[in-house]
Unconditional design. Structure first.
Length: 340
């Protein structure tokens, strides 16, 4: 695919232009989207005009905006060429990535990578998972290179999903003998009262996000068997006391709702041949007022230890619906809301 200057006439001839040549017309159709919806979205977000001519796209606008739009289109096209689909949130995510890094890379000829993370692809029994944003890539690298890794940031940034995928991947290739998932059993802002049933039925509602992620990576019958055999264990944080977790991949989710003592207790469960991933969002603490979050304290006390990895996410890394990022930014920008 070639990129070059291209002259067109009349009302746009005095503007900067870029010509993109796409050899595979089928991929170009997918790139453009239904009724050129993808092109229209890029036009709106980058403030350029994109004209489709056969297997070429002409980008017209300010020079910097043209280069940004061209780089996004090229990355998306290469993604399609590797057999990957363009999901609904991909365009918005690509634009947000470029908005964050374009200032850093304005003096460099190398465009930032948005999607090319094959070396960081996590393979599980049902699907492969790849980090999309630079923060996700750094997080996956940390999970690969550190025995203890923290992922801290807002909801929807893939912290837990990637940690669960990594745990399943390591389990399937035999690097660990079992997986242990845990969360604090804390309600998010409302009291649910006493729940009926046995202990598993009482705690399962708190653990459902972990079950949802596991179902994405393992066939249901196989997952049920592993849980029955206790090779995969999902338990409240309170159940971790007194244990030593050896040769296991351990994930603590919603760690901002662990108290200081619970966090210390959990971290000291790390045993020989094990790895730990701890995820949470320090802006969404549901502990009683005045109780210190164990995640906030761990961040303060442990961030200078070289063998412990800390990865941070922002609204720019949200991989859910594009409105989730906008909602997070709106709440973060409102100083009248006292989120603890």
């Amino acid at each position: 695919m070639a990129v070059s200057s291209f002259g067109i006439q009349d009302d746009i001839q005095n503007q900067s232009q870029e010509l993109l040549d796409f050899p595979d017309n089928k991929l170009l159709i997918d790139l453009c989207g239904v009724c050129d919806k993808n092109l229209a979205e890029i036009e709106q977000k980058i403030s350029v005009q994109i004209i489709r001519r056969g297997n070429q796209l002409v980008i017209v606008g300010e020079e910097e905006a043209n280069k940004e739009a061209a780089a996004i289109l090229m990355e998306l096209y290469e993604r399609l060429g590797k057999g990957r689909e363009i999901e609904p949130a991909d365009l918005d995510r690509a634009v947000r990535v470029f908005e964050r890094v374009k200032g850093v890379n304005s003096t460099s000829q190398n465009q930032p990578e948005i999607f090319d993370a094959r070396d960081l692809e996590i393979k599980t029994r049902k699907k492969s998972v790849e980090p999309r944003t630079e923060a996700q890539k750094a997080y996956v690298r940390s999970l690969l290179t550190h025995e203890l890794s923290f992922g801290i940031g807002p909801a929807g940034t893939g912290k837990t999903y990637l940690a669960v995928a990594m745990a399943v991947s390591k389990f399937m290739i035999g690097e660990v003998d079992r997986i242990v998932f845990s969360r604090p059993a804390v309600e998010a802002g409302e009291k649910l009262g006493y729940l009926p049933g046995d202990m598993k039925e009482k705690v399962d509602p708190y653990m459902q996000p972990l079950y949802d992620a596991l179902n994405d990576f393992l066939p249901s019958k196989q997952l049920a068997r592993y849980i029955e055999e206790k090779r995969i264990e999902i338990a409240p944080l309170a159940f971790m006391r007194g244990r030593t977790l050896s040769h296991a991949y351990v994930v603590l989710d919603e760690a901002q709702n662990a108290t200081s003592m619970q966090m210390k207790m959990f971290l000291t469960r790390l045993g020989e041949g094990s790895r730990m991933a701890i995820t949470g969002d320090v802006s969404q603490i549901d502990l009683p007022r005045g109780v210190t979050s164990g995640l906030s304290e761990a961040q303060r006390l442990l961030s200078d230890i070289p063998d412990i990895g800390f990865s941070y996410f922002t609204a720019k890394d949200v991989v859910r619906h594009r409105l989730v990022a906008a909602i997070i930014e709106a709440y973060d920008g409102d100083t009248s809301i006292g989120l603890r």
